[in-house]
Design a protein around this ligand. Sequence first.
Ligand SMILES: [Zn+2]
Length: 256
Amino acid sequence: MSRMPGAVFDVEHGSEAMSRHDIVCVHTIVGTAPATAAHFSTAADGTIHQSRDTKFKSAANLSGNHRIIAIENEDRGSAFGAWDTSDGHAVPAFTPQQLDAIAKILAWAHKEHGIPLQLCPDSKPTSRGLAYHRQGIDGNFGPFRHPGRVEAGEQWSGSFGKVCPGDRRIDQLTAILEKAREIVEGGFDEVATKAEIKEAVREVVAEVVRDELTKQRKMLTDGGDGAGNVNKERNNLQNIRELITESTNDIIAKLG
Ligand SMILES: [Zn+2]
């Protein structure tokens, strides 16, 4: 079973097993989330819906369904303003929250299913990575910035000329990919809980304290600084202890 932590899961809409996982494909709904034909949907506010376990096929990518994780994305509602849905150039960009949400899904799909963190070049059966729906669609895309299906590419829709997910959204794929890489490579709050970070800080501080105390003890045992100043060394030791305790408390307090 493959459900993404943090996603809102309602009812399972899938039933046929996927044969492999090669691609995460980005769509636009022309409506509001969720769109249950896809595995995931993002809302303007960054809410992630999951409508299908990723062990099951979506119904969003036609002949690519056996190997594609589909993400539908909201594009209507107050966050986007009014736009002409009959104009393929008018599809609004993702909100910053949606961009983050898609990156999170991609990072999860990378860890869970090994989807490579790269832009998918086209819909050919061997191509892998982060794709957009239009890559598997035939049409006259000359006036658009991003091309459609190439020869020998899989057909990801039967609707000729469907521009999904719109040029502005396709333009954002590079930023989504970068964000997903950051998450995977260890964005701090993505890999560790606050408690884990505190524990790590405590360990480092404890090690520094141990080393310093050992050094000071050795000096005391050896008779001070060589000139017999044992009391001075004792005071130093006490100062260092206090300093370290204060710094540790400061760091822990800052972590909240
Ligand atoms: Zn689409």
